[in-house]
Each structure stands twice: as C-alpha cells, then as structure tokens.
Design a protein around this ligand. Structure first.
Ligand SMILES: [Zn+2]
Length: 214
C-alpha cells in the first residue's frame, strides 16, 4: 500500500510495506516437492515505509509460517512435526537401539554375548556408528526418558516393524539365559511403548523364546 502526497514541488510517497523475517532454518518434508527440503520459518511485519524503504517497524502480520526453499510453498508451522524421509529411514535403528538398551539393563548389562548382539542388530539396521561406547551411554540414560522417546517415535512405524523391534529386544534379553521377572516386565514395557497390544507382546515374546530354546 502506498500513498502519494504532493506538497508544492516536493513529492512524498509513503505507505505500509510487509517485510518477512527468517526466524529459523532447517530441513522438512515438503508435501509439494514430495521430499526433504530446506525451509525457512518466517514471519511478516508491517513497516511504515517512505519512498518504498521500510523505516518504522509496526505490528506483526499473520502467524509464523514455513516456506519451502525449493518450491517456495508456504505451510503452517505444524508441518515441522512430520518426520523427514531421512528421519523415517533412521527410525528403525533408533528404536532398536533404545529397545536393546532397555532389554539389556533389565538383565546382565556386562554379558558380552548380549552386548555384542545388541550392537550387531542396531548396526545391521543402519546405525553404523553404534558401538559399545554408545550402548554404555544409552544404558546410563534414565529409563523413563527412553520410554518417552520410544513412545514418541514408534507411531511412525508399521506394526510389523514394531513387532520386529520387540522381537530383537527379547532375543537380546534371552542371550544370557531364560527371561527373569525384571526382563519380562521390561519387555512388556517396551512393547507398550512401541504401541503394541498385550496380545501382540505376548506373542512376540513367546516366538523369541521358542527360537532361542529358552
Ligand atoms: Zn517444496
């Protein structure tokens, strides 16, 4: 919006101009591009402008939005809660990692074969940086913190994938012998955090028992 005022020989053009500021940047899954793209989280602000130069900041306009760096599409900031393709790809490994740590800590955390098994399954799932050191770090984290993290991440995976993660955790827990009461309780908690029903959890654990012969 611009106005024109002439006062004698002087011409003045003033008005309101919206200036967009970038609040933060990152990578998101753009629905229009259909892939992971860089975004800018932005918000507009009205400025009093003189000769089209924004001079005085006024009120903010509208709400914050996310703008795709590629197609320039604009989205509500809620879109940032949708996992990116890269995040989705790393989810099975992340959940396996958390479930393995939970299973191990409920039994003998020093058992070499159980620890090796945990490291192997997580690396096979794609987290090649995972090793005994990272495992120890996970074992040192609060149990309930890991539970919350698992519950948050599990929803994006198919039920079969979540069952496979519980199965792997049960097999780790079975490596050092039959399941103890504490191991069984932990596996039930892991199953619940993975969003599995009681029946699914019981079925997966009994399959793991059968295949390990314990
Ligand atoms: Zn886009």
């Amino acid at each position: 919006m611009a106005c024109l005022v002439t006062k004698g020989p002087i011409l003045i053009i003033f008005g309101l101009q919206v200036v967009y500021f970038t609040l933060s940047k990152g990578v998101f899954h753009c629905p229009d591009c259909g892939g992971d793209r860089e975004y800018r989280r932005r918000q507009g602000r009205n400025f009093f402008s003189l000769f089209f130069i924004p001079l005085i900041p006024l009120n903010k306009t509208g709400s914050e939005f996310v703008q795709c760096g590629t197609c320039k599409g604009r989205w509500h900031v809620d879109i940032l809660t949708v996992p990116t393709t890269a995040q989705l790809a790393s989810l099975p490994a992340l959940l396996l990692r958390l479930a393995s740590a939970q299973a191990l800590r409920s039994g003998d955390v020093t058992h070499p074969a159980a620890r090796d098994r945990a490291v192997t399954v997580v690396r096979q799932a794609g987290d090649h940086a995972y090793d005994q050191g990272v495992l120890d770090h996970d074992l040192g984290r609060p149990f309930d913190q890991i539970r919350a993290e698992m519950a948050h991440a599990a929803g994006a995976l198919a039920p079969e994938a979540r069952e496979n993660i519980l199965r792997a955790a049960a097999e780790i827990a079975l490596t050092d012998g039959p399941l103890s009461v504490s191991e069984e309780e932990t596996l039930n908690a892991v199953g619940a955090d993975l969003g599995l029903t009681r029946v699914q959890v019981t079925g997966v654990i009994s399959l793991a028992r059968q295949s390990s012969g314990r």
